[in-house]
Design a protein around this ligand. Structure first.
Ligand code: ADP
Length: 366
């Protein structure tokens, strides 16, 4: 009860100061004023004034003493009561906070505190609950990530085991097994590379080297990279860029990575004979990029989750095509790290358009 003694002491000090103040006024200043009044009354009172004066002075002192005798114990009682209530409120809140912290320290993230009261103690409970929410989310996401990675690894490992057994039983020629093993190893290497990138994006630990780049140079770069593969698959890649696009402020390599991911997806999911349009449009502070295809489209219930890590609309097809389900998560993380945002519009049977923005370089703004 150290807190109680301190609060009580501060209350008693306040009472003592108030008491001394009253005593000084009652004992030193008021008698002078009182006597001056009695002197004025003396003119009307005649010879009886001496007795009257004594009686009145005794009455005055009695009144003062009685007032003090009543006020002092009442205020002392009041001081003890308020000190007790304040101490109880503070210690209860601190004890609950300590108990909550202990639960969190032991990994039990579901603990929440009552947020009664709108004072600072209530605010502490509110902040504690927000912290617990964030920790619970992080823990959930960590457990989910480990589970998904284990699951992602189990598929290529099972395939490798199957091929090894087929080789031992002489069911498959070694060359065919070697090819299959290489394919699975490549899938695992891609997964580990994507996971590494994903971890950096999610931990905001990506090293970025943003600079001003001519937007048309970036477009020319991806066009060089993709024109040939699009032609090979019998797909048309069209560029639609407005005239005089301002320079963009971004990390050149990462922009290439984002565009590369969106174009690879468009290439992968659009059937032969389809068309993909890479568009660019300048806004006030940002340039809007778009990759539109006339592929199968993505239904609204899938669109909601499409940027979640490991999310695939058709898991078996995506995995068979070498997809890890991380590409869009990383792409959006990269865009956001460069100060932009990413979203999509899609209609089943008509196609999908992914949009993202990047800031216009300072000095190139309209
Ligand atoms: P993946 O490596 O599996 O392609 P992404 O994160 O790049 O992973 O994409 C997630 C899922 O979104 C894909 O598995 C696919 O189902 C869907 N998707 C992405 N782009 C398109 C597209 N242009 N058209 C249709 N579906 C797409």
């Amino acid at each position: 009860m150290r807190l109680f003694s301190r609060i009580l002491l501060s209350h008693l000090t306040a009472i003592l100061v108030a008491g001394i103040g009253v005593a000084v006024i009652a004992g030193i200043i008021s008698p002078g004023i009182y006597r001056a009044h009695l002197d004025r009354i003396a003119i009307f009172a005649g010879p009886e004034i001496v007795r009257l004066r004594v009686a009145l002075e005794v009455g005055y002192q009695d009144t003062m003493l009685t007032a003090l005798a009543i006020a002092l114990p009442v205020s002392l009682l009041f001081a003890v009561g308020t000190a007790y209530l304040i101490t109880r409120r503070i210690t209860t809140a601190v004890q609950k906070l300590a108990e909550g912290s202990r639960e969190i320290a032991h990994g039990r993230y579901s603990k929440r505190l009552e947020t009664a009261g709108k004072d600072e103690l209530g605010e502490i409970a509110l902040h504690f609950n927000r912290m617990a929410n964030a920790l619970e989310e992080a823990e959930k996401s960590r457990v989910e990530l480990i589970g998904t990675v284990a699951h992602e690894l189990s598929t290529p490992l099972a395939t490798l085991q199957g091929h090894a057994e087929a080789l031992m039983d002489g069911m498959m020629p070694p060359e065919e097994v070697a090819q299959a093993v290489t394919r699975e190893m490549n899938a695992m290497r891609r997964l580990s590379h994507d996971l590494l990138l994903l971890t950096k994006v999610e931990a905001a630990a990506l090293e970025l080297h943003p600079a001003a780049h001519e937007t048309c140079d970036l477009i020319a770069e991806v066009q060089d990279r993709f024109m040939h593969v699009f032609e090979e698959k019998g797909l048309a890649l069209r560029i639609e860029a407005s005239q005089d696009l301002p320079a963009v402020y971004a990390d050149r390599e990462r922009v290439g990575q984002v565009l590369g991911n969106l174009l690879s997806n468009a290439l992968r999911y659009t059937p032969e004979g389809g068309q993909v349009v890479l568009g660019m449009q300048a806004g006030q502070d940002a340039i809007q990029f778009s990759v539109a295809d006339n592929g199968p489209g993505i239904s609204p219930e899938h669109q909601m989750h499409i940027f979640r890590r490991f999310y695939r609309v058709d898991a078996s097809r995506s995995r068979a095509d070498g997809g890890t389900g991380i590409g869009l998560t990383v792409a959006r993380g990269l865009v956001e790290a460069m100060g932009g945002r990413m979203w999509l519009e899609s209609e089943v049977g008509r196609g999908t358009t992914f949009y993202f923005t990047l800031p216009v370089a300072v000095g190139a703004r309209a």
